[in-house]
Design a binder for this molecule. Structure first.
Ligand code: SF4
Length: 466
């Protein structure tokens, strides 16, 4: 126990002495990027950096970027511009671009923004400390070469204290003709299931209740690990991983994303039904409702196969939520092919669909095709599919009314401090009173039974019940 003011000042001085400065990370894009940013923040804090109160106060600014669509890529340049300007009056400022734009643009980013200190691809996220040491030695560093991603034991600085992302496989070996991911995130690299279990045990011991296993194509987990059997199947698959981590004590919920219909197996569906901690929510991108378009996307499955997967899931887990991704305006897409996608969305009745207009990306085959769809047609189709998605989601959400659902409380509702917010096992955001029927006060991490009394298209509200 500190006794005198002098000791207090001494303590602060010692802390200040070890502080290397403040950092600010801005993250664009997917959950993989969010997980990478959490790990990079952990590395910076282990180096003695503290989080800045605002981007414009930081001594080190890192943009973790996304290039999945052109507008995502363009966003980073506007952010970079003001920091490059700031660097002229703050020469000690460290400016870093990480993530998929860094990998895609590499050296040319330095020509475009000479104020940059470090350009590092996603495969180098765990090497941030080593790369920053080179910067501290006065170098301007480019780290975009193919790299074997080493296990990183640095404690990630996670946004949530209840739910955690756990990377299980990096990169993607697929070749969807519209997708830039393989060229910016590289080949598949699966982590060992022992390392994954160890990370989950550490998380649970520090209070986490829910984990989401992450991979661009999570069904490819284990393909690159030793242990392939004669018949070509392998005993290190996602299904095996689910069985391997399921008995971690204290773990309440398991989720995984992103699935690929081409590799989604019956064995996986059965496992999800048998394993009580695996939540009944499946995110399975379909991308199009037309087989010719799926073919030219090189997705490797048909609409019929996709529907069979959904039927099997609904047969074993009727209450489960199905969400998806859809691209409209893919090169060559006709009105009738687009209508196939609209009717598939209605027929399956998705709980939610991430929709996007096709955006030509560098180093992807489809970007070079001459049968591009015009921007105004894309805009029209995007508007139509968003309307359908909203209507379908609302219909789907109606099933929750008056139901008693288990909610994992994740935090206080930012719009109403008398409420907590969390999600159902089907991943639906739910708001509920923080004080229960017996005046018990619920807190983050609690599993609460909530009677749903209000539904919206993409969220619910309810009252705790015993
Ligand atoms: S599966 Fe296809 S869409 Fe998904 S990340 Fe890989 S290449 Fe891209």
């Amino acid at each position: 126990m500190l006794t005198t003011r002098k000791e207090q000042i001494q303590e602060n001085a010692e802390v200040a002495e070890h502080i290397r400065g403040s950092y600010w990370i801005t993250t664009f894009g997917c959950q993989m990027n969010k997980a990478d940013s959490e790990r990079m923040a952990g590395i910076l804090e282990s180096m003695g950096y503290i989080e800045a109160s605002a981007e414009l106060h930081a001594d080190l600014v890192l943009f973790n970027t996304c290039t999945i669509r052109d507008n995502a890529e363009q966003k980073v340049y506007s952010y970079l511009g003001r920091q490059a300007l700031r660097k002229h009056s703050h020469p000690h400022l460290k400016l870093i671009v990480a993530g998929c734009v860094a990998q895609q643009e590499g050296e040319s980013l330095l020509r475009r923004v000479p104020e940059l200190d470090l350009v590092m691809g996603p495969q180098h996220a765990n090497r941030l400390e080593t790369l920053l040491q080179q910067v501290d030695n006065g170098q301007q560093v480019i780290a975009t070469e193919e790299n074997h991603i080493l296990e990183d034991l640095t404690t990630a600085r996670r946004d949530s204290k209840i739910c955690a992302w756990v990377n299980v496989i990096y990169g993607c070996n697929e070749r969807c003709t519209y997708c830039v991911v393989p060229s910016v995130r590289g080949k598949e690299q699966s982590r060992s299931k022992e390392a994954i279990r160890e990370e989950i045990e550490q998380l649970v011991s520090s209070g986490y209740k829910e984990i989401t296993l992450l991979g661009q194509n999570i069904d490819a987990y284990g393909r690159d690990l030793p242990g392939r059997t004669i018949k070509g199947s392998f005993k290190n698959s996602l299904t095996d991983l689910l069985y391997f981590i399921h008995d971690v004590e204290g773990l309440e919920r398991i989720r995984f994303a992103t699935s690929h219909p081409r590799y989604f197996t019956e064995r996986l569906i059965q496992a999800c039904s048998d394993l009580s901690k695996v939540c009944e929510h499946f995110h399975i991108p379909v991308q199009s409702g037309n087989n010719e378009i799926l073919n030219s996307m090189a997705r490797g499955y048909s609409v019929e196969r996709y529907k069979r997967i959904i039927d099997k899931i609904k047969k074993l887990m009727p209450e489960s939520a199905i969400t998806s991704d859809v691209i409209v305006g893919f090169p060559g897409e006709t009105d009738s092919q687009f209508k196939n996608t609209l009717s598939l969305v209605k027929e399956i009745g998705f709980d939610q669909v991430n929709t996007a207009a096709y955006s030509p990306r560098p180093n992807t085959p489809a970007a070079k095709w001459t049968n591009q769809v015009s921007e105004d047609v894309k805009v029209k189709r995007l508007k139509l599919i968003n309307q359908t998605v909203e209507e379908t989601a609302k219909e789907r959400n109606a099933r929750y009314l008056n139901q008693a659902l288990e909610i994992l409380a994740e935090g206080i509702n930012p719009k109403d401090s008398k409420q907590l917010m969390g999600r159902t096992r089907t991943n639906r955001l739910t708001f509920f009173d923080a004080i229960g029927p017996n005046n018990q006060i619920y807190k983050s991490g609690d599993l609460v039974k909530v009677q749903i009394n209000k539904i919206r298209s993409f969220s619910l509200t309810g009252t705790p019940i015993i």
